[in-house]
Design a protein around this ligand. Structure first.
Ligand code: GDP
Length: 319
């Protein structure tokens, strides 16, 4: 039975991935933080280990004990907004933590004499304000946020360990959403607010930059891309994106329409507090390499994604 280790198993992507791997019959292990309560969304069959990515001793002992065939590094600080408040911690967890994981994977591979495949969950934020649209695997890595800089270091270390003989693929994931997104992300913040305003018959939501555009996809599709990357004969970089960009304003309009509210402008206030010191204006990825080499396809488009999230939030209020 193949063995998988998932860092960040309690998060959005980790929980979808764990379910997928358990269903495929793998022995699944996951890293959680001591302070995480065991979330209901982590499948019962997964084995949980407490370790912080910053604690290299504990991390190494989990990797050695589990001796995984596949490692997915999804753990870390996931919010760009938060990374501006905690830039050093973001570097330690998202940057050095990833490097420590690759190092230990390489050691286990050397010791066991069989391949350990690793997937790094990289991010469109590594491109910062991109020099081309859409972005692909050759776009310059030039981050403009603490989160992006930490992910850029991990992305480069994936390349370094790849040349050392470890099969690490770096999946450059564009924003990917689901009902499991926390409300610190703009998508879920909007869908939760649209559902609440529809439920209460009124109310407002305060948002930041409405003109920023993001390439939003459905999280389980991005998990599928990472599994395909782990099992592809060669380890490489892959941009994983829908190829379409929509503004925050378009997301708001779609969410309010899905909640049955026509005039979204009456319910939205712009608040300086939610602006970033530097914000990438537009992100859009070119997923052709992942499509051609991995046979990856997205299954859920923008309108369907927004509708699913709003419906979920409406059901939570109706319950
Ligand atoms: P990110 O792309 O990983 O930073 O994901 P987010 O969902 O946090 O932000 C996406 C975009 O929405 C960014 O350009 C933000 O500046 C913008 N945005 C506008 N208003 C808000 C808000 O109230 N909260 C958040 N998190 N982002 C906002």
């Amino acid at each position: 039975m193949a063995v998988a280790l998932v860092t960040g198993i309690a998060g959005q992507d980790g929980s979808y991935l764990a379910q997928r791997l358990v269903d495929e019959g793998l022995e699944v292990h996951g890293l959680v933080l001591a302070r995480d309560r065991t979330p209901d969304q982590v499948p019962a069959g997964a084995h949980l280990h407490e370790a912080d990515l910053r604690d290299t001793v504990s991390l190494a002992s989990v990797v050695r004990d589990v001796a995984p065939d596949e490692i997915y590094n999804l753990g870390g600080i996931s919010s760009v907004a938060y990374s501006w408040e905690h830039p050093v911690a973001t570097g330690a967890v998202n940057g050095l933590g990833a490097a420590a994981l690759f190092e230990e994977a390489w050691r286990v591979q050397e010791y066991l004499g069989r391949p350990v495949r690793v997937v790094q969950a990289s991010s469109a934020e590594v491109f910062g304000t991109p020099d081309r649209t859409p972005q692909d695997e050759d776009t310059a890595v030039r981050p403009v946020s603490p989160y992006g800089a930490a992910k850029a270091y991990a992305h480069h270390m994936a390349g370094v360990f790849r040349s050392r003989g470890l099969g690490v693929s770096s999946c450059v994931l564009y924003n990917h959403e689901s009902p499991r997104r926390p409300t610190s992300f703009v998508t879920r913040k909007i869908t939760a607010a649209a559902a609440r305003i529809a439920h209460d018959g009124g109310g407002t939501i305060a948002l930041g930059n409405l003109s920023a555009s993001r390439d939003w996809g459905w999280a389980p599709d991005y998990v599928d891309a990472m599994v395909r990357a782990a099992r592809h004969p060669t380890a490489e970089d892959f941009v994983v994106a829908s190829g379409e960009s929509h503004s925050v304003e378009e997301f708001v309009a779609a969410a309010f329409t899905a909640a049955g509210i026509d005039d979204w402008r009456a319910h939205v206030a712009v608040d300086e507090r939610f602006f970033r010191p530097v914000d990438t204006a537009q992100q859009v990825g070119d997923p052709r390499k992942a499509q051609e080499l991995l046979g990856w396809r997205r299954t859920v488009g923008f309108d369907e994604l927004v509708t699913r999230m709003v419906q979920h939030d409406r059901r939570l209020l109706a319950a």
